[in-house]
Design a protein around this ligand. Sequence first.
Ligand code: BGP
Length: 470
Amino acid sequence: MNIEKYDTLPADFFFGAALSGPQTEGMWTAMGKQENLWDMWSNLDLSAFHNRVGSYSGNDMGSRYSEDWQTFASLGFTSARTSIQWSRLMDANGNLNPEGAAFYHQLFAAARDAGVETFVNLYHFDMPAQLFRRGGWESREVVEAYAHYAATAFAEFGQEIEHWFTFNEPIVEPEQRYEQGNWYPFYHDFARARTVQYHISLAHALAVDAFRKAKEKGIVREDARIGLINCFTPPYTRENPTEGDLEAVRMTDGLGNRWWLDLVTTGTLPHDVLDTLAARGVELPIRAGDEQILAQGKVDWLGFNYYHPARVQAPEHDADEYGNPVFAQEYVWPDAVMNESRGWEIYPKGVYDFALKMTRDYPELEWFVSENGIGIEEHHAERDEEGRILDASYRVPFVRDHLRWIARAISEGAKCRGYHYWGAIDCWSWNNAYKNRYGFVEVDLNANYERRPKESAAWIAEVARTHHIG
Ligand code: BGP
């Protein structure tokens, strides 16, 4: 496959950065911010975080945002997506926190001054702690609270922001917190995870509904659009698969990908997945009227975060040690190229395969690559005489290969409009904290978060300006 010949992206293709409030802002108790789940976990057990760097730090963007927006502009980026922190915008009574609102007005204004458009996401794994104590995403009351928060954000920033997103990666909290027990509160409960997934779907749809109503009333701009962002994993299995392998692909794809794609294009959830869940005794908390709520979930466009594929096969056991149903197990592909720092497979063709799947199955859907990037341990990184991190040997091929496959997908009809790089300036990565660095720009934790371009920065700036994938 001669992928090198796909070396140009369309003139109107946009480049930008992806980031989130909890991973960048810091200032975790300032401006009336309430505790969120990350602060709560950091307070409970700092040793769970790499080098004991808890949620408090962000990457100091809260005080350096003017500099950071200018840095994005200097990389040739015309947009950047961050998130509003629910725990900063709203107070403990569910009312607007004016100090939090003022912070975001300043943040967005500084982006405009730098010539960067802010895309705003409303939720990035950051449940306010007091709402978690009241049931979190397992509770309808919290779903309603989210819808109220979303409507408040539309009212406050509706004239400033054109691009809105309800959720980042809504599949991640069900998996990490409720099913796989990796993140606080460490549950291993498949059924609770699906309840959370279902409630987040309702919350998404209620927020879209609030957005449409706000638009009708002129509360949000006429040109405003709303979308959802998810980490879609193109699913693969072994060559010459058994029926069981194909079934593993169906459910992996169904729960992680089609669930959200169907929701945002048709306002429904995939019937085959719901049927299989019911057949395995997994009950969703469905109430009368929910169908009408979900029907509001259709979006204007979609964000596709792409890091790695899913390689699965038929499971050896159909239940795990906790009694949860198991639909698939990992298939170790012998040819896989791994990012050893993160434990994720590097497979640039996956973005193309999934793009063509969307083009085929959801032909009207417009989308962009809303996150992609490579996080490498740079603790002992090689540096040049000026102290610049020499990262081009791995970061450039990673981004270049993904961009080429995107260019090819576009040439075959994919409605992909742009590319946002994750963590363009190094940031805090949840419990990995600063272990793996994604940035074109280094954040020096030993020098008060000082920023310094890495070797790859000049390369991406050139690509973003010329649209030539050199
Ligand atoms: C995505 C999240 C981001 C970001 C990124 C990199 O799943 O949306 O918040 O963190 O992955 O992953 P990590 O930070 O775990 O290395």
